[in-house]
Write a protein that binds this ligand. Structure first.
Ligand code: ARG
Ligand code: ZN
Length: 874
């Protein structure tokens, strides 16, 4: 059933203290919970029955103020424990029995590679014990963990250890106390045989914080990067946001089985192994950067999420949007601002825009949901971050900081709403953000239609901008949103022109952020001798689509002249999109615009250009992006057109690519610096392009690079290039070699699975089915499932969209199978099918019938039910 924001009521009862005792055994766990509860003075529910949430619990006993309750004094409804009459203030003790070893949903307490761990966000705590499982109930937790001493020497929970000792039967215990009241979704427990890595951090006020990482012994040498990232994050949050860490200990644990990337449990962050463990031999540059960003993200949640948390799950973006913006700023500061912006804009335009145009489209602050796990989306996270970024752009950095200071100070220790966040920004800045709030309420990607004309006589350049927002499920007739629109104007030499909004304006800036509030605006720029070239929506200043009738001349010009790096990249993408689109469905001998080759040759040969930017500019728009831009996508045709452009460029630039490859070799020690990352990326792109055209020298370079690589970026670059080539026996040989080398390392085996499943060449359906039978595959491990099934449906687009519909049936079959094991993962994996309306008729109908197959499965989970029914609704 559907939950509505409009039905929010304050909790009838509050919990001040939680006292937990876990007895962990091999065949289950007994959880003793004592809650100090009182009526909420702000509730009008009066002496209503006490209702606690539960899920998959075996109730053993209930006691009120120490008196065991008779069976008729409470009601165990499975998903709810109701105690009919309770005093104003009391202690409730509940004992439950759970089976972590059989928990394949990975929500609540479960086992992963022999260790116990938890995931409670959003509603996993109710799988541990009966509790008011909602974020606006905040309590102090005291947690005693008891387990076998040999199998589980390390026992962790939130806060500080206050007591420990031995018990009978070779068991032991540790008691933890968290002084900060928190919602139960931030509770965590870990028990296992783990090695500890320690470090320290001295905060700005001079407090020494104990930093500890806990990993399985075989991963002991993969912790340094995460630890360094953590220290950089702690310093950065002090410097940029004035946020100091609050507890004496900060712990990070790596677990192999995890539904998401990581979790910000108070003082005890738990990570998916693939998002925290790295060594140069086993992790690529991209993985190193991702780890740094995720470690930062979880750490930043300590303030944006934990100290100030969400009132209810409709407010999820309050913590996620803001925290993603914070981690993006951090990554930009650690590396290249422009490159980070390009990556974020690419993700938005490729995946979030698609989500926003699909059946699950929802506002940054949704107003209803069936299963909250389905709302950990690109819209909540990435668009949510863009919305906060726009506030920062509108206010300027200083007022934004004033606003965030006010927000943290005003709401410390509270559970609040996105509206409270905006209010703090308004109060600190004096700006009116009432219209801006529509960004939180209206779904859909706004479209800006831009037209221009030049009045030569008056020297006036006139820009007309119209805003429209498409209808989305349940929302029509939307109001224009308050939108920052950054732009510049260039003369014919590429010089930035002053943007004079009136004829006599002095010292006009060369870049402005215009503010759009109405459906249509006309801006006039004065004092111009010629019609300028506009550089629009610089830095992707708002998450919108811009339509403007660019000519290829203009795009080529911007690609090499725009002083704004982001828009140089953007012009290159638009040009490549235009060329590829013009070839879709056209005969194979349709000539290709020769100016594209000239532009790309310039990128490959001119080493005076910013090489990090060049590495990005050389990436052709992805198939996923081209599909998103298409009206009725024909995937094989799009794939063929893109391949044609790729091969054409590779043939024309063949010698330049070899030179680029050699120029970017380097003998220096591996480090994840922007320069080295750019070099490796350029080199691997050159290699990939050479193999696309079956170049013999390219093949030799790839084989040598594969053999001699001292880091995973180069080894994987060579492997990927060979896997996607027509050199079949080389491909099989390096794939075998790679598996032999790394089969004991799950994080590397994941990469091995996904490089095959995502390849249109190596990832034919029978091959993908064979991977599911491989000894390395494990249905209960989400990473493995994502590496094969997710990679196939999400990245191997020609394979997934095979004309006979076999890819769709395959996905439907696997989703049904997974639904019984792990509904959260099943609901994620089904996403590619939900976009059926986007595709040409022949594909569409087959996708729809695959979805219907899933819909008709018996005992469908709430998670998959919501996604499938919403995508089949009309
Ligand atoms: N709060 C976590 C993060 O963004 C994600 C937790 C997601 N959990 C879930 N069940 N969907 O860092
Ligand atoms: Zn988060």
């Amino acid at each position: 059933q559907t939950i509505y924001l409009s039905e929010y009521r304050v909790p009838a009862y509050l919990v001040d203290n939680v006292d937990l005792r876990f007895e962990l055994f091999e065949d289950g766990a007994r959880v003793h919970s004592t809650l100090a509860i009182r009526r909420n003075p702000e509730s009008d529910a009066g002496a209503a029955p006490l209702e606690l949430d539960g899920d998959s619990l075996v109730l053993e006993s209930v006691a009120l103020n120490g008196e065991v309750l008779a069976d008729d004094a409470f009601e165990d409804r499975g998903d709810r424990l109701i105690v009919n009459s309770v005093p104003e203030q009391f202690k409730l003790s509940v004992v439950t029995w759970i089976e972590p070893q059989n928990n394949t949903r990975l929500e609540g307490l479960y086992k992963s590679s022999g260790m116990f761990c938890t995931q409670c966000e959003a509603e996993g705590f109710r799988c541990i014990t009966f509790f008011p499982d909602r974020p606006d109930v905040m309590a102090r937790f005291r947690t005693r963990v008891e387990a076998d001493k040999t199998a589980y020497p390390v026992l962790l929970s939130n806060g500080n250890p206050v007591e420990s000792g031995d018990l009978d039967n070779d068991r032991h215990f540790v008691t933890w106390e968290d002084p900060f009241p928190k919602p139960c979704y931030l509770f965590a427990l870990v028990a296992g045989d783990l090695v500890e890595k320690r470090d320290t951090f001295t905060t700005c006020s001079g407090r020494d914080i104990d930093l500890r990482m806990y990993v399985e012994p075989r991963n002991a040498d993969k912790c340094a990067h995460a630890m360094d990232s953590l220290k950089r994050s702690m310093r950065w949050d002090e410097d940029v946001y004035g946020r100091e860490y609050d507890l004496d200990i900060f712990m990070i644990v790596a677990v192999d089985d995890f539904n998401m990337g990581a979790m910000e449990n108070k003082g005890l962050n738990i990570f998916n192994s693939s998002c925290v463990l790295a060594s140069k031999e086993t992790a690529t540059d991209v993985a190193f950067q991702r780890i740094e960003a995720i470690v930062a993200h979880e750490y930043f949640h300590n303030w944006s999420g934990n100290r100030v948390t969400c009132r209810d799950w409709f407010q999820l973006s309050l913590k996620e949007g803001f925290t993603v913006l914070r981690d993006a700023q951090f990554s930009a500061d650690m590396g290249s601002d422009t490159v980070k912006r390009i990556e974020d804009a690419t993700l938005m335009r490729t995946a979030q825009f698609a989500e926003d145009a699909g059946p699950m489209s929802h506002p940054v602050r949704p107003s209803s949901y069936i299963e909250i796990s389905n709302f950990y989306t690109l819209t909540i996270y990435e668009k949510g971050a863009e919305v906060v970024r726009m506030i920062r752009t509108l206010l300027g950095e200083d007022l934004f900081r004033k606003g965030s200071d006010l927000y943290f100070e005003r709401h410390d220790g509270q559970a609040v709403t996105t509206d409270d966040f905006v209010k703090a920004m308004e109060d600190a800045s004096g700006r009116d953000l009432s219209q801006f709030r529509l960004w939180y309420e209206q779904a859909g990607t706004p479209v800006l239609d831009v037209a221009d004309e030049f009045d030569a006589e008056r020297g006036v350049y006139r820009l007309t901008v119209r805003q429209s927002i498409p209808d989305t499920p349940g929302q029509t007739d939307k109001q224009p949103q308050h939108t920052p629109f950054a732009l510049g104007l260039l003369d014919e030499h590429g010089k930035a022109l002053p943007l004079r909004l009136s004829a006599n304006e002095q010292d006009a800036p060369v870049e402005r952020v215009l503010e759009l509030t109405d459906e249509s605006h006309v801006f006039e720029f004065h004092g111009l001798a010629q019609k300028p070239t506009p550089s629009l929506l610089r830095h992707f200043s708002a998450p919108v689509r811009v339509h403007y009738p660019w000519t290829r001349e203009q795009l080529l010009f911007l690609m090499s002249h725009d002083p704004d790096g982001f828009n140089r990249w953007d012009a290159g993408q638009r040009l490549a999109v235009d060329v590829i689109q013009s070839l879709v469905g056209e005969p194979k001998d349709t000539p290709l615009d020769s100016r594209l080759v000239t532009a790309y040759r310039h990128l490959v040969t001119d080493s005076s250009l910013d090489q990090a930017l060049v590495a990005k500019m050389l990436q052709l728009p992805s198939e996923a992006y081209l599909i998103e831009l298409a009206r009725e996508a024909d995937v094989p045709a799009i794939h063929a057109a893109r391949e044609r452009v790729l091969k054409h460029l590779a043939i024309a630039l063949r010698d330049d690519l070899v030179a680029c490859y050699r120029r970017n070799a380097s003998g220096e020690d591996y480090a994840v610096t922007p320069e080295q990352v750019a070099r490796r990326s350029l080199r691997n792109t050159a290699l990939a392009w050479l193999l696309v055209i079956n170049d013999e020298e390219g093949r030799e370079l790839a084989l040598r690079q594969y053999r001699e690589a001292d880091n995973m970026t180069d080894r994987m670059g060579a492997l990927r290039a060979l896997v996607n080539s027509d050199y079949e026996s080389d491909r099989e040989q390096v794939l075998d070699d790679f598996y032999q080398r790394f089969q004991t390392d799950p994080q590397v085996v994941e990469q091995w699975l996904s490089v095959q499943a995502s390849s249109p060449v190596a990832g034919q359906l029978p091959k993908v089915r064979a991977l599911l039978e491989h000894e390395a595959f494990d249905w209960r491990n989400p990473n493995k499932v994502r590496s094969v099934i997710g990679a196939f449906a999400g990245q191997n687009l020609p394979g997934f969209h095979a004309v006979d519909g076999s890819g769709y049936d395959f996905l439907a079959e696997q989703v049904c199978r997974l639904d019984d094991i792990n509904p959260q993962i099943a609901a994620r994996l089904v996403t590619p099918l939900t976009r059926w309306k986007k595709f040409a008729p022949a594909y569409r109908s087959q996708m729809k019938s695959a979805l219907e197959q899933v819909r008709d499965k018996s005992g469908l989970s709430k998670d998959v039910y919501e996604v499938v029914h919403k995508s089949l609704a009309d």
